[in-house]
Design a protein around this ligand. Structure first.
Ligand code: HC0
Ligand code: SF4
Length: 577
């Protein structure tokens, strides 16, 4: 790799050619302030806060978007740059409401931090606030244009990383603003509710719909038996809100915190991830060996992905696994099997789910099959961020909690269940069980390395008893079309499908970087959370879904067999164009 020699504030440093000034400065521990820049996204160079000087030149350049060149001398900080940056921040503040105390980002807002770092105490410019009502049209996220600082991160992530184009810049000059496409409501735009905009917004302009009050109201209601499930990816991220490292597994502490909040039954979505595998794995085996159903089978547990597919690839509905997502399965069995076993009237069960995801808030009412118990199967979804806020508000010292266990039954999980939260995990879990269903034998080595990795599109072949199962994995919604177009092309030409099984997750890295996870997700953080879930798998006494004793128990006592009558009633769904 070719390198170049540069000086940053007089200090010599060698960096790879093409490195931006911003990244080069990080290598000598110099932090240049930014607002519109985010490491997940191509530099946008919109805000101007990262301006730096070049030695012996009157020119100032934006550090986020300017690559270094041989011999370059850069000054990143001096009183003049400080004044320029301060003025830029003051100008941004003049278009931003001063209601930090009531803002969802109070305490972790990037603009608030910049204002604090620069010691801004006065407002020298006239306040001009855009008066546009917040958009509350989706069940997942709220967009408040008044707070938008036009940094472009949300539109950038929506267009570049997700390929969705629900958000865009509209207007000209000083009237330019971010809006849902065609200036419609977010719900009528192509939005898939993944919430990546909310995870990348530096201020409080886009955030998850806060539903903590609903859970608190249910806890206060003496009639309600409150059951909560936690998603795979929550356990390796929630701790970040309490000073733990990304990827540190805090499952036992989360169970304990939920009980301290007053939850009556603490369950784990990982249990029903195992249940999903029994159903979806059996479905795959049927499609592969009996020819019942379209090939490839495509995973359907990510609601942002199913929303995308219904909108843009409706011809592929027959390829979707009909298995509900683990979250919805857990809700359905909580209000049927668990209710029966514990002799609780399901009308009095309040079923909540803690998810890394904003789209899950939409999924719980997306069609009538989400009411398969006769009631709404999942009553509320809180994101990881919302749960972190609740734990703080309730004065729980999370880091010092002693590990507890989930309630039984429908609480125990296998390693296959936990890796659902990682790109490739649903497929790996399904293949572990499909191998057993097809061959009758357990895998000698349960890790399916062919499907692991972080590349946005991965393709491979897995050998099951001499049959080559062709698989593909895509994550980050913009990567999906490539694979689906291959399937469509083959179909139109009357050729064999290029794959047997495809896994799609809307978020980069899978749910570990869902739109509702703690702020500050970067590729480095993603890798740590992924490693955390693989570690949880390795640490699990049971590694395959079909070996989870509570799974055997629920089939024996209640469901009968995978793909049986009861399963179809409670655990499967359909999709509409
Ligand atoms: Fe996921 Fe899931 S793995 S979608 O990312 O399948 O949200 O974590 O809960 O339902 O299990 C999210 C995470 C889940 C579901 C599971 C799947
Ligand atoms: Fe939600 Fe996971 Fe899908 Fe992201 S990948 S939208 S977190 S289900």
């Amino acid at each position: 790799m070719k390198t170049v020699n540069i000086r940053i504030n007089g200090e010599s440093v060698q960096v790879p050619e093409g490195t931006t000034i911003l990244k080069a400065a990080e290598q000598v521990n110099v932090k240049i302030p930014v607002l519109c820049y985010h490491p997940d996204l191509p530099p946008w160079a919109a805000c101007g806060i990262c301006v730096v000087k070049l030695e012996n030149s009157p020119k100032m350049v934006r550090a986020c978007a300017t690559p270094v060149s041989e011999g370059m001398g850069i000054i990143t900080h001096d009183p003049e740059l400080h004044e320029i940056r301060r003025t830029v921040i003051e100008l941004i503040l003049s278009t931003h409401p001063n209601d930090c105390l009531k803002c969802g980002r109070n305490g972790n807002c990037e603009l608030q931090k910049l204002a604090a770092d620069f010691g801004i105490r006065e407002q020298p410019f006239e306040q001009r606030i855009r008066e546009i009502e917040p958009d509350t049209s989706t069940p997942s996220i709220v967009f408040n244009p008044e707070k938008c600082v036009n940094c472009g991160r949300c539109a950038n992530v929506c267009q570049v990383m997700q390929g969705v184009w629900a958000l865009e810049f509209i207007g000209r000059g000083e009237n330019v603003r971010i809006a849902p496409s065609a200036d419609d409501t977010l719900n009528d735009s192509p939005c898939i509710k993944c919430g990546q905009c909310s995870a990348h917004c530096p201020v409080g302009a886009i955030f998850e719909k806060d539903e903590t009050g609903k859970l608190l109201a249910a806890i206060r209601d003496p009639e309600k038996h409150v059951a909560v499930q936690i998603a795979p990816a929550v356990r390796v991220a929630l701790g970040e809100a309490f000073g733990m490292e990304p990827g540190e597994i805090s499952t036992g502490k989360i169970y304990a915190a939920l009980r301290k909040l007053g939850i009556d039954a603490v369950f784990d979505t990982n249990f029903s991830a195992d249940l999903t595998i029994m159903e979806e794995g059996s479905e795959l085996v049927q499609r592969l060996t009996k020819g019942t159903g379209a090939i490839p089978q495509i995973t359907s547990c990510c609601p942002a992905w199913t929303d995308f597919m219904e909108k843009y690839y409706p011809d592929m509905i027959p390829n979707f696994s009909t298995a509900k997502s683990p979250m919805m399965m857990q809700g359905a069995i909580t209000k049927t099997y668990y209710a029966e076993k514990k002799k609780i009237d399901p009308a009095n069960i309040y079923s909540a789910a803690i998810m890394p995801c904003t789209a899950k808030k939409y999924e719980i009412t997306r069609c009538e099959k989400m009411y398969s118990s006769g009631y709404q199967d999942v009553d509320v979804v809180l994101t990881t961020r919302e749960l972190a806020r609740l734990i703080k508000a309730m004065g729980i010292d999370f880091a010092s909690l002693k590990d507890e266990k989930a309630d039984s039954p429908i609480g125990a999980y296998s390693g296959a269940g936990t890796i659902f939260g990682v790109t490739g995990g649903v497929m790996e879990a399904a293949l572990r069980t499909a191998h057993k269903l097809i061959t009758g034998k357990e895998l000698e080595k349960v890790e399916v390395n062919e499907v692991r990795g972080v590349e946005g599109v991965r393709k491979g072949e897995v050998d099951i008893d001499g049959k080559k199962v062709k698989v593909a994995i895509a994550h980050g919604m913009a990567n999906v079309s490539q694979i689906l177009d291959e399937v469509r092309d083959a179909r139109e030409k009357g050729e064999e499908p290029p794959y047997h099984f495809i896994e799609v997750m809307a978020c980069r890295g899978g749910c570990i970087s869902g739109g509702g996870q703690p702020y500050g997700t970067t590729d480095e953080v993603r890798k740590k959370r992924i490693a955390g879930l693989y570690k949880d798998d390795v640490n699990s006494a049971v590694r395959c879904s079909h070996e989870n004793p509570e799974i055997s128990q629920i089939y024996k006592e209640f469901l009968g067999e995978p793909l049986g009558h009861k399963s179809h009633e409670l655990l499967h769904t359909g999709y509409t164009p």
